[in-house]
Design a protein around this ligand. Sequence first.
Ligand SMILES: *Cc1c(COP(=O)(O)O)cnc(C)c1O
Length: 402
Amino acid sequence: MEYGAVLAAAPLVARPNWLLLSPPPLAPSIQIQNRLYSISSFPLKAGPVRACRALASNYTRQTSETVDLDWENLGFGIVQTDYMYIAKCGTDGNFSEGEMVPFGPIALSPSSGVLNYGQGLFEGLKAYKKTDGSILLFRPEENAERMRTGAERMCMPAPSVEQFIDAVKQTVLANKRWIPPTGKGSLYIRPLLMGSGAVLGLAPAPEYTFIIFVSPVGNYFKEGLAPINLIVEDKFHRATPGGTGGVKTIGNYASVLMAQKIAKEKGYSDVLYLDAVHKKYLEEVSSCNVFVVKDNVISTPAIKGTILPGITRKSIIDVALSKGFQVEERLVSVDELLDADEVFCTGTAVVVSPVGSITYQGKRVEYGHQGVGVVSQQLYTSLTSLQMGQTEDWMGWTVQLN
Ligand SMILES: *Cc1c(COP(=O)(O)O)cnc(C)c1O
């Protein structure tokens, strides 16, 4: 019975061999076993035990509204869901239509471009469930366009904006029961674009794979909504002029793990990077942008190629302007940071995260007596109520799925 259910959940089109864990099967029964293997024994890293139980019965409970997960204690760990989207692109530069397949491991050539030379990009966006059951995406066309810009920089073909958005919608709807109930979190959507074709000498890969998987998430930082503590890094840098800091390429992230690890060992939440030339101006945190507030004027480092152009950053700027704040995109020195009234970070994962303290060269500065600054709070409320559909979408930023 369970096998039948798995078959029913599989797409009707022929499945490409490279999706299977082992070489092409000799008999259909082996293929079924392979698929079951890939679904049920892929390690569930951070998910609670109850998620495992929900997972085992994925294909027999397709109709249930939501999975049985510990929604109160969602963090930012990977919880595997039912389906993922896959499309491929050969040398002609056109992506295949793409299909939904059960979530699981993929086969890659050991000489693929992504494994050997880091030819890869990712994106991140979220879906929220409203109390009436409708599902909202936030500015997905921005992610689609950013992936296209990044792909150009990394010499990769990219899906069209339409295909990207359509693929995101399909993936969210197929995994609908994993979207946390209103107020408990969101469904984090992770599009990936990689050079999956084989190369040996350094060159763009001859084939590309576009994948989207999703995971229910709660708060990014373990502090939750409490202010985070950052350390300003003056030895390591995440980006240099002319480099790839401005695109979401995978290599930018492994390179910051060392600084992040050292910071976390000392009790900090994350690292704030300075520019690599003067070692004086703020850039951003490992995976979020930074803002400082002084006398009600909001400032953030300008986008000049070394900072990731965050969609949350851009949205916060527009929300702040619409509320009458003065907003400046410019060079922001570390001295200004230490003298600020409030500091906060923005990103899809962290949303708006207030900064409680900054440590720079052994000196610690605290903001708002460890509280959440008035401006940060106001912007947080405006943006999140818009994203979650709690207020009218006066910016026209949300896309309703159902
Ligand atoms: C993704 C990311 C951000 C935030 O971008 P959003 O579009 O707001 O999610 C900021 N900095 C870095 C380095 C990032 O990778």
